[in-house]
Design a binder for this molecule. Structure first.
Ligand code: ADP
Ligand code: MG
Length: 270
């Protein structure tokens, strides 16, 4: 790839119509793997209660961008700001505790545990530092309450005591979102939440994401364009590591870049 790495981090252009507070921001975010620039000078804003989808063909740099946001990779250049604080080189476990909740493309559920137990484990991972200052009984109650709150929110309240392995694939993906919720996130970063789902399961998940989008900022990597257009307010298109379009979904939808990426050679990627 022959793209140049620009050195000076630039702030993303402000959308004049949107005054919701910024939750997460990248400035000139760049990641090179040797000579390959997987993410090139990406400056993006993610706002309160906004669903922001990132699309692009395979190899565009979407997953790398997510890894940079969540501390699973350290950038070669640029910055990540969370609620205004610079978290650029923080490790993943710290970023998670700050409130950037992330789901993985592969499911992360413990199959032999119940839904409740899975969510309680996730809640414990978040509370483990603060729990040292709580009495054991109170800490126990807090993790249980968080787990039940998360199960309710992800739509699995009635499956509370079901063994995860006995549920459908779609329900297990739902549980995975419940586990992210149980960590008490301030923003949700979801990597292909519809991957591998049939029509009914996808519809259920889109409904859940719509509901979550009213409560949390969502950053969504998704190949299902119907889902993207029904969920996202803001759309970013990446190609070869570079953000080529970013803005309100209606403005971007008709752009040549989206047409090319969606209908052109990259179509099989969606
Ligand atoms: N750990 C890595 N080491 C080397 N190259 C990588 C690594 N991770 C990703 N890449 C490369 O970076 C580019 C972007 O990959 P990725 O972020 O996975 O794209 P996407 O998620 O959009 O499909 C690809 O060319 C990929 O091969
Ligand atoms: Mg990917």
């Amino acid at each position: 790839m022959s793209v140049m790495i620009k050195s000076a981090p630039e702030a993303a252009p402000e959308a004049a119509t949107d005054d919701r507070p910024t939750v997460l921001e990248t400035r000139g975010l760049t990641k090179a793997f040797g000579g390959l620039v997987a993410v090139n000078n990406a400056s993006l804003l993610f706002r309160e209660r906004q669903t922001h989808a990132i699309i692009g063909p395979n190899g565009a740099g979407k997953s790398t961008f997510v890894h940079l946001l969540t501390g699973h990779l350290s950038p070669s250049g640029g910055q990540v700001l969370f609620m205004g604080a610079d978290i650029t080189h923080q490790p993943a476990h710290k970023v998670a505790r700050l409130g950037i909740g992330r789901s993985y493309q592969k499911t992360n559920v413990f199959p032999s545990f119940t839904c409740f137990e899975n969510c309680r484990l996730a809640a414990q991972s978040r509370l483990s530092t603060s729990m040292r200052f709580l009495r054991p009984a109170k800490a126990y109650r807090e993790t249980n309450d968080l787990a039940d709150w998360a199960l309710d929110l992800c739509g699995l309240k009635l499956r509370r005591d079901r063994i995860a392995a006995s549920m459908s694939y779609g329900e297990q993906r739902q549980l995975e979102i419940g586990m992210v919720l149980a960590t008490g996130p301030k923003v949700l970063v979801l990597d292909e939440p519809l991957a591998g789902m049939g029509k009914e399961e996808s519809e259920m998940m889109v409904g859940l994401l719509k509901e979550l989008g009213t409560r949390f900022p969502l950053i969504l990597i998704e190949h299902d364009m119907d889902a993207v257009f029904s969920l996202a307010e803001v759309l970013t298109v990446m190609v070869n590591g570079t953000v080529i379009e970013s803005g309100p979904v209606e403005a971007i939808r008709a752009s040549q870049a989206v047409q090319d990426a969606y209908l052109g050679d990259g179509a099989e990627a969606y």
